[in-house]
Write a protein that binds this ligand. Structure first.
Ligand code: HPA
Length: 269
């Protein structure tokens, strides 16, 4: 196992398989007990800190959402010391406010995936451990993303329900109507089991989602894959800026958390 460490990680989604302007400190290729990660993990110098970067689909987008080894990815990041994860996901919009090109920071999710390795099945003293997943996304990391979006004046939805489907096909119009009835506000294929695995490993995790299309059947015009790729390209440039800004203020966030913990410990007998 590498001696190299990082406190923060970015898991890049479709359209974000590299962060080109960052200095590469190291390339980490560590096998895990769960198999291989989607690609090598790059340790980058970003916004004054070391950040682990892992493209979820592999460089060149080789892996479909159901083929991703989410357990290996999260495990490898945790072995590097990662405690905080920003996840980037491309999504389809389910609400009138979430139009193509807009960003969103979900606060909830619904899992419709099946057949994915979805747990480390941690056992404490032989007993199955159940994690609390009431609030799947970290409120402090979400605040960092929202602050960065406001700071950069980027239009966004400041909350939302991520409906995670199995893919790799897009949904039928009837499925989309059902997701909306269920309370979904965006639909994607990669939030789960990633978010739950991060929670099992005790990591803070939040997602920055880029809407690349209105979900199937919501617009009169049919879905256009060239349009989706175009929005991915332009939107991910903004996503990179937002991540950099959030990472810049992350130090402050960490200092405040440490200070709060110290003050709390002084109050304790
Ligand atoms: N459905 C599912 N996943 C997606 C979509 C969609 O419409 N757009 C981007 N990822």
């Amino acid at each position: 196992m590498s001696e190299l460490r990082a406190d923060w990680a970015v898991i890049g989604g479709s359209g974000l398989d590299q962060l080109p302007d960052a200095e590469i400190i190291a390339r980490v290729v560590d096998p895990t007990p769960y198999g291989a990660t989607s690609d090598d993990i790059l340790l980058l110098r970003l916004a004054g800190r070391t950040v682990a970067f892992l493209p979820r689909h592999g460089r060149g987008h080789r892996l479909a959402p159901h083929e991703i080894n989410y357990r290996a990815n999260l495990w490898a990041l945790s072995q590097l010391g990662v405690r905080n994860v920003f996840s980037v996901n491309a999504v389809g919009g389910l609400t009138p406010t979430l139009s193509s090109g807009k960003l969103a920071v979900p606060d909830q999710l619904i899992d419709y995936t099946w057949g994915r390795e979805h747990t480390f099945n941690q056992r404490l003293e032989g007993m199955v451990q159940h994690i609390d997943f009431t609030y799947p996304y970290s409120s402090s990391l979400r605040r960092l993303l929202l602050k960065a979006l406001v700071q950069l004046d980027v239009p966004h939805d400041d909350a939302g329900v991520y409906a995670c489907t199995q893919g790799p096909r897009l949904e039928t119009a009837a499925e989309v109507r059902r997701l909306i009835r269920d309370g979904g506000t965006m639909v994607g294929m990669t939030a789960m089991p990633e978010a739950a695995l991060a929670r099992e490993l005790g990591m803070d995790y939040a997602a920055l989602c880029l809407c690349v299309n209105r979900a199937a059947g919501l617009d009169a015009t049919p879905l256009s894959l060239p349009d989706i790729y175009g929005i991915l390209r332009s939107g991910m440039a903004i996503v990179r800026e937002v991540l950099l800004e959030a990472l810049r203020t992350a130090g402050e966030h960490q200092r405040q958390n440490q200070q709060k913990a110290q003050e709390l410990s002084k109050l304790l007998p």
